[in-house]
Design a protein. Structure first.
Length: 176
């Protein structure tokens, strides 16, 4: 049975029209785009998880895939902002990775649904903290509006994942 999850906040994303080229801002956004705690990593993680959770049921699979698709939308909006700021949205981080290319080692490959979802919640909270820090460092209203809108989605993801986690029985730590 297919369920349609709305894996984001209501309303459209703001139009990004940056004040001007700013390589520093572009590098900050590269961390959000393809750094250690990034939208690219979130996309890969949610798609992987939805692929291996067949035994957990369609609800789990569809919810995680829906969140992953929403993360792809964030990735696209960040890429546009990076371009407008004068950057090149290659799959590499900024300050946090010293410009190293993104790699699949950033994905958590937990197999147990409970630990998987618990880690997803932690990662969403880390992403929000990173976005908030970047909002403090970026003095461009358009970019700040985009980051605020992405944070709204990440908060929805946390609520959805917390609901899913409540349905899980916590396994013993020996199973981790």
């Amino acid at each position: 049975m297919e369920q349609n999850f709305v894996a984001g906040a209501e309303g459209p994303f703001p139009q990004v029209r940056v004040l001007g080229k700013n390589p520093y801002y572009a590098r900050l956004l590269m961390d959000d785009y393809a750094g250690n705690h990034s939208e690219l990593g979130a996309c890969a993680q949610y798609v992987y998880q939805s692929s291996i959770l067949e035994e957990a049921g369609a609800k789990h699979q569809e919810l995680l895939l829906s969140i992953g698709i929403r993360e792809m939308l964030h990735l696209r909006h960040l890429a546009r902002a990076i371009r407008q700021l004068g950057g090149d949205p290659i799959y590499a981080g900024g300050r946090s990775t010293r410009g190293r290319f993104w790699n699949s080692g950033y994905v958590n490959y937990a197999k147990e649904p409970y630990w998987m979802i618990e880690d997803d919640i932690r990662a969403e909270r880390e992403a929000i903290k990173q976005y908030q820090e970047h909002m403090r460092l970026i003095d461009d209203p358009s970019v700040r509006a985009l980051l605020a809108r992405i944070i709204e989605d990440e908060e929805v993801h946390i609520r959805l994942l917390e609901g899913l986690l409540q349905e899980q029985e916590e396994p013993s730590r020996a199973m981790e």
